[in-house]
Design a protein around this ligand. Sequence first.
Ligand SMILES: *[C@@H]1O[C@H](CO)[C@@H](O)[C@H](O)[C@H]1NC(C)=O
Ligand SMILES: *[C@@H]1O[C@H](CO)[C@@H](O)[C@H](O)[C@H]1NC(C)=O
Ligand SMILES: *[C@@H]1O[C@H](CO)[C@@H](O)[C@H](O)[C@H]1NC(C)=O
Ligand SMILES: *[C@@H]1O[C@H](CO)[C@@H](O)[C@H](O)[C@H]1NC(C)=O
Ligand SMILES: *[C@@H]1O[C@H](CO)[C@@H](O)[C@H](O)[C@H]1NC(C)=O
Ligand SMILES: *[C@@H]1O[C@H](CO)[C@@H](O)[C@H](O)[C@H]1NC(C)=O
Ligand SMILES: *[C@@H]1O[C@H](CO)[C@@H](O)[C@H](O)[C@H]1NC(C)=O
Ligand SMILES: *[C@@H]1O[C@H](CO)[C@@H](O)[C@H](O)[C@H]1NC(C)=O
Length: 711
Amino acid sequence: MKPLHLFLFISTISTLWLTSTSISTITPNQNISDGQTILSDDEFFRMGFFSPSNNSISRYFGIWYNKISVTTVVWVANRQTPLNDTSGVLTLNDQGILMIIDRTNRSIWSSNSSLTTNNPVAQLLDTGNLVIRNENNLDPDNYFWQSFDYPGNTFLPSMKYGFDFVKGLDKYLTSWKSDDDPSIGEYTNRFDRNGYPQILLRKGSEVEFNSGPWNGLRFSGMPNLKSNDIYTFGFVFNERELYYKYELVNNSVVSRMILNTEGRLERYTWIERTLRWQLYVSGQMDDCDRYSLCGSYGVCNINDSPACGCLSGFEPRFPEEWRGADWSNGCVRQAELSCGGGDGFVKLSSVKVPDTRRSWFNVSMNLEECEQECLRKCNCTAYATLDVGTGRRKAKSKKRVRAIVIPVLVSVTVLLGICLFVYRKRKQKQKKKNELNSVVVFHENNTVNDSTKEDLELPLFDFNTIANATDNFSDECKLGEGGFGPVYKGILEDGKEIAVKRHSRESKQGLVEFQNEVKCIAKLQHRNLVKLLGCCIDEDERILIYEYMPNKSLNYFIFDERKRNSMDWSKRYSIIIGIARGLLYLHQDSRLRIIHRDLKASNILLDKDMNPRISDFGLARSMEGSDGRANTIRVMGTYGYMAPEYTIDGIYSTKSDVFSFGVLMLEIISGKKNRGFRHANHDLNLVGHKEGDHKKQNLHLVILNGAHPTT
Ligand SMILES: *[C@@H]1O[C@H](CO)[C@@H](O)[C@H](O)[C@H]1NC(C)=O
Ligand SMILES: *[C@@H]1O[C@H](CO)[C@@H](O)[C@H](O)[C@H]1NC(C)=O
Ligand SMILES: *[C@@H]1O[C@H](CO)[C@@H](O)[C@H](O)[C@H]1NC(C)=O
Ligand SMILES: *[C@@H]1O[C@H](CO)[C@@H](O)[C@H](O)[C@H]1NC(C)=O
Ligand SMILES: *[C@@H]1O[C@H](CO)[C@@H](O)[C@H](O)[C@H]1NC(C)=O
Ligand SMILES: *[C@@H]1O[C@H](CO)[C@@H](O)[C@H](O)[C@H]1NC(C)=O
Ligand SMILES: *[C@@H]1O[C@H](CO)[C@@H](O)[C@H](O)[C@H]1NC(C)=O
Ligand SMILES: *[C@@H]1O[C@H](CO)[C@@H](O)[C@H](O)[C@H]1NC(C)=O
């Protein structure tokens, strides 16, 4: 036989082998063209070119189950760069890089193996893992590349799901765009390493579900993850790696986990009898699995109607929203905590540990030490064990958690072992989750000067967002100048109009007022109060973001001859009633009970329907501790509106606000400013004006009777 014939013979054989797919490896300069496939040694998996649906011309290289009659793709190489025709070829080059070449000999996808090697081979393993390794080296640690490091939407048995700190790999699931388009969709399901690790399922950047931290047995938020006959599972977290993994008990039952195109985590098992994939378990079981459904300090119980409630010792932040089934703003404490003042913890069982991104942990602490540590840190709100397995054994010999001093503190099971702190959650988008299985909540740092971002319980806006919305705080956007800095009109990217109050950087004064305003108004919610949407703290920037009031403030109307005429009596009456309602809420009905101290026409804003909204809480004071009795304080306010006892002796109470309200009412009716009032017969101001006195009494009666004032 001539050498040429021998060569042809061998190449025919190898082509036959490839097409008959009886070998699982390819060597350099061998290739797989469209139509050829390769099987794993146990013939469980097959790889080759495919189209995700019959009516798609796109061609992808991927791996699918060989023995399952419904073609189920578990991995796709060129998911972002499909081929348009069947000219694609997969080859392994001499450097050990797998490439997909199109008809123009262009590489449209390649494996990322950076190490060059002698005698590389690519092999489809029995696990469905496509690896590149040295011909003679079977050690998984020495693979140059493996498809398991680049999963798509499928999490296969024996895959390490998570981080390889040594190699700098982060292995996570990304959904397909649709069932016939494997390109990267909206959803990701990925370990988050902030605090104690948990897995976060996101749509874009928005968290939709969290697994909860590993509690020694399972992910705290996945109670269905139990030992079973089909697969075993485990979690590893050390300096080298962090991963979750599962293995099939018996390969005769096929099981896989996917992140589907709607963002659901689902585990399926193959049922040979029916020739179908059967849903075995789903990560998200019910509404309570929606991230932060009930907001901060809320708790979700699917058997309740409505499912959302507050933890004991807490109440809805905005009861009206709550009644309207909008729970996203969560709950607030009924009684403030005093850090180090004897407050303790309350145990919460059978709940999911909340979002741990702001937690701290120490694996060598026992639960008692953890509790002590949490008590010491004023920003620590809850603690839990990291290992309920080891904890449970010792728990019985331990006393129950210490006495509860104030019924606000909640803690977790008495389990010993390892320690996990949960810091109070930021009250913004990344709110805590609160479903079945949770620990929750406790100390809050309420010293006045500590105005960290965490203290504000408000959505935080990014400085750049605000700068963009206000055209970089341009003069065109300026609405006016308040006592503590300018106010701008802004338009957010989604088109929402906002008013932006930027506290002047220089004034130390401004900072105190800023904190005061935030603390007051963040806790208030009434339709006659202006609504604070959020704030922004960036270096020395202190910015408040309010809803935008298109009709500016009352002083633009009542002190302007022309505009005043557009305000008929019924309008003025409804404005007066609105202000009175807002004030009544501040004084009596709100949780904080507030004295405003600077009620005046320019602080009454008008919304698009001309409803009054009380604004500017920079000088407001809480009545807490004062029982509504008079307090003395440095006099601040606006001349013309301040009650005499306040101006002269610095004594203020709700009555000072009522005085200002009276002045305001006179101004609304007369269209004249109290300060600057001139009368031919005397030197008194509007309040002192005799006829006014007379009118005032009548008016008072009329308003009480609910009729419209007439002159
Ligand atoms: C694929 O391999 C065959 C022979 O095995 C060779 O003729 C062909 O050129 C190769 N194609 C590519 C794109 O490498
Ligand atoms: C796709 O085509 C194959 C072979 O022609 C056929 O058996 C299969 O039912 C088709 N699938 C769909 C979803 O139409
Ligand atoms: C597929 O076809 C489209 C349109 O003809 C072209 O833009 C694209 O580059 C092609 N893709 C490949 C991988 O050849
Ligand atoms: C394809 O490209 C490779 C390297 O870029 C080259 O060695 C090979 O000859 C090319 N093949 C064809 C058919 O152009
Ligand atoms: C390939 O490796 C580079 C750097 O090593 C990395 O930035 C890139 O994301 C990797 N690409 C893929 C598809 O893994
Ligand atoms: C796996 O399951 C098959 C079929 O049920 C059974 O015959 C076999 O003995 C099992 N193997 C093991 C190791 O349990
Ligand atoms: C963790 O806890 C142990 C036991 O209380 C303590 O000795 C150690 O210093 C702690 N480590 C850290 C980093 O706090
Ligand atoms: C809590 O306070 C401690 C100091 O007491 C600080 O080191 C830590 O960073 C704070 N943690 C959070 C989440 O604010």
